[in-house]
Design a protein around this ligand. Structure first.
Ligand code: GDP
Ligand code: MG
Length: 304
């Protein structure tokens, strides 16, 4: 059952979190929401689809759009990811631009700042990973970034240990527009559960097999049935070659068993009910050029 939203002077707004890959966007959304909604990984480009996390702060509902990293797109899939990221910016009430303070203003960061100059309202600056950088360097970085683009406000925090996250949350709660809440009070993500479930399995594959299988894997949830004794979920893992299929299956099916068990446990935790997970592996050459796969991932298929 959903709790009712408070009545009276409520606020609600969409906040897009943008930045180069690996700066900590997903970690921040998870810290703000207080539960795992976005996939965090040490590999870049883990987040393909803008996922929403929802946090409540007093009378404000904050809806976060965790965008795929903005980077120079080469392949078609990369272009779709970048387009999805910028569309998240266009839909947002507030935009937070995130920098890895240890990385500083590198070429990727500068090209995003330049693109942001052309957008409507001034974004916020979030310097992340302050646990790794001495204070004088942080202040210098904040000044340099603000000289390139006058940000509406600057925050310094560590999404990983939580330091400074509450200040940002309180600020956002004051800044989002007045208006009714868009989502029920107990909802933490409106990312379709099927998509979230696919992301979880994909994360397990990366964790175990990232050396053998870099980014050419897609996972789709193909069936979802709520049953008396739990949820029955079927997923297909798409790979590009037979050799990759053998890697995912492992000797005597050991690997896929392991992946399935890890994904199932995490899904059961998130859904709060037992999960019966069935994984299938399919070889689909050129899935990156197949419009249907993009649709399934919630992305628009770029024409070129
Ligand atoms: P995204 O690509 O921008 O979404 O980045 P992720 O949230 O996936 O994080 C990328 C990596 O940076 C992960 O290994 C995180 O654990 C790490 N990370 C994120 N925030 C912090 C932080 O505040 N401090 C440190 N030291 N590492 C962080
Ligand atoms: Mg991410």
């Amino acid at each position: 059952m959903s709790e009712p939203a408070p009545t009276g002077d409520t606020r609600c707004g969409f906040i897009a979190i943008i930045g180069a890959p690996n700066v900590g966007k997903s970690t921040l959304v998870n810290a703000l929401v207080g539960t795992k909604v976005a996939i965090v990984s040490h590999k870049v480009q883990t987040t393909r689809v803008p996922l929403r996390g929802i946090a409540i702060a007093g009378a404000s509902q904050l809806v976060f759009i965790d965008t795929p990293g903005l980077f120079q797109p080469r392949r078609r899939l990369e272009r779709a990811m970048v387009e999805a990221a910028w569309s998240g910016v266009a839909d947002a009430d507030l935009v937070a631009f995130m920098l890895d303070a240890a990385q500083g203003l590198d070429a990727a960061a500068i090209s995003i700042i330049d693109a942001l100059k052309e957008k409507k309202a001034a974004p916020l600056l979030v310097l992340n990973k302050i646990d790794r950088v001495p204070k004088p360097r942080l202040l210098k970085l904040a000044a340099e970034a603000n000289a390139r683009l006058p940000f509406a406000a600057t925050f310094m925090l560590s999404a990983l240990d939580g330091n400074g996250v509450d200040d940002l949350k309180a600020y956002l709660a004051r800044q989002v527009p007045e208006g009714p809440w868009h989502f029920p009070a107990d909802e933490v993500s409106d990312a379709p559960l099927r998509l979230l479930a696919a992301e979880i399995t994909r994360e397990k594959i990366y964790q175990r097999l990232h050396d053998e299988l870099p980014y050419r894997t897609a996972v789709e949830t193909t069936a979802w049935q709520e049953k008396k004794n739990g949820v029955r979920i079927e997923q297909t893992i798409f790979v590009e070659r037979d050799s990759q299929k053998s890697i995912v299956l492992g000797k005597g099916g050991q690997m896929i068993k392991q992946l399935s068990s890890e994904a199932r446990q995490e899904l059961a935790e998130i859904l709060g009910s037992p999960v019966h997970l069935f994984l299938f592996v399919k070889v689909r050459q050129d899935w990156e050029d197949d419009p249907e796969r993009y649709l399934q991932m919630g992305l628009t298929f770029p024409k070129r």
